[in-house]
Ligand binder design. Structure first.
Ligand code: CUA
Length: 382
């Protein structure tokens, strides 16, 4: 039944763990509305013929009181049924929304930077890729996404996930690919001339293949931000040896002067300490609370007076335009490392230590194909 409806509606295969549920709701809404409009049309056609104007039909002056009661009963139950149906859609849809918005705690985080017109990805071990996102299959993946120019939208039809990617903010999206394979990524927000070519691929691999693929990637390039936002202070920062993304973030923090007001060892200074900050519950000066997730932390960098940590003065300047999107991603990864109790040099759970030591090299046919296809399709803008 699922397969039949999927083909009838021309939907791509259901390649993520949530895709089938989302399609289920889609089928229910489509069939209920199609069935409803069919019913209305048939009843209208029947009434049109049955009650058409005839010269000999006497026109009743008022309905019989009994008729009025029946009509009211039909009206109330019809309206009640429809209301229940739509509330039912909402209940199912809301639960799916909460699921889509709540990545599992053990999800593997990968930073995504969008720009006109390409996607680049930074992994916790400090490696980076452009146009191809490598993920382990059957594992929850959380993407922390930001843009260095205009609004884009990260869309993987086969996973049924889509989220806007906004300059100066970080948005999150998560998915779990059910099995290894190659899946298309589209930009789903018109972003200029090259919008339709702003595509990428998700390559889901087995754990061992993923570890191997990451080893083969070049270090993540902080300079991907290009000459526009390039800071002279960072010229000496970009390392030759591969650093972890968190280590890059640590260097960015120093170069950008973050550590003049923040500390990484738990002591409060002019600003709150970063130790244990990521993911914690932050009390705000207006009495409210907020979870310090990637979205809040990015907001705090770009619009620091918006939601202020209780007990601190609103003295932080905005870093809008001063921190490039890749630098923001690296900083977030540094904050995350500080909260999870691992040193910035460690790559974090599942980043690369998946292949057992001494395991034989594995050929990656799907990866090579994806890479060579990618090489032609994506070109850096000068
Ligand atoms: Cu990026 Cu459309």
């Amino acid at each position: 039944m699922n397969e039949l409806l999927r083909r009838l509606l021309f939907l791509p295969r259901q390649a993520s763990t949530l895709a089938a549920q989302i399609d289920g709701l889609h089928y229910a809404v489509i069939s209920a509305t199609l069935g409803g409009s069919l019913l209305v049309g048939l009843v209208a056609a029947f009434f049109l013929i049955r009650y058409r104007h005839r010269l000999d039909t006497p026109i009743p002056l008022a309905p019989h009181p009994e008729q009025g009661r029946v009509a009211r009963g039909i009206e109330i139950s019809g309206a009640g049924l429809l209301l229940a149906l739509f509330i039912g859609f909402w209940v199912v849809g809301f639960r799916q929304f909460v699921q889509l918005e709540s990545p599992p705690a053990d999800a593997l985080t990968i930073q995504v930077v969008a720009k006109q017109w390409m996607w680049s990805f930074a992994y916790p071990n400090g490696r980076g890729s452009k146009g191809v996102l490598y993920v382990p299959a059957a594992r929850a993946i959380r993407l922390a996404m930001t843009s260095r120019d205009v609004i884009h939208s990260f869309f993987v039809p086969e996973f049924r996930v889509k989220k806007d990617v906004i300059p100066g903010r970080t948005t999150e999206l998560w998915f779990e690919a059910r099995e290894p394979g190659t899946y298309s990524v589209f930009c789903a927000e018109y972003c200029g001339e090259g919008h339709s070519t702003m595509r990428a691929q998700v390559v889901a691999l087995s754990d061992a293949e993923y570890a191997l693929a990451l080893e083969g990637l070049p270090p993540f390039d902080l300079d991907i931000a290009g000459p526009v936002y390039r800071e002279p202070a960072l010229a000496g920062v970009a390392p030759r040896e591969p650093l972890s993304l968190a280590q890059l973030g640590e260097r960015v923090a120093t170069a950008k002067g973050c550590m003049r007001c923040h500390t990484a060892d738990g002591t409060p200074h002019i600003g709150p300490t970063w130790l244990g900050m990521y993911g914690s519950i932050v009390p705000l000066s207006d009495g409210q609370q907020v979870v310090a997730d990637a979205a809040y932390l990015t907001d705090s960098m770009m619009d620091p007076r918006g939601r202020i940590h209780r007990g601190f003065l609103p003295v932080m300047p905005s870093y809008q335009g001063l921190l490039s999107a890749p630098e923001t991603g690296a900083l977030l990864e540094y904050l995350r490392a500080l909260a999870s109790g691992r040193a910035p040099g460690e790559t974090g759970a599942g980043a690369s230590p998946l292949a057992p030591p001494g395991s034989p090299p594995i050929r990656l046919p799907s990866t090579e194909r994806a890479l060579s296809a990618d090489a032609g399709a994506f070109q850096e803008t000068p």
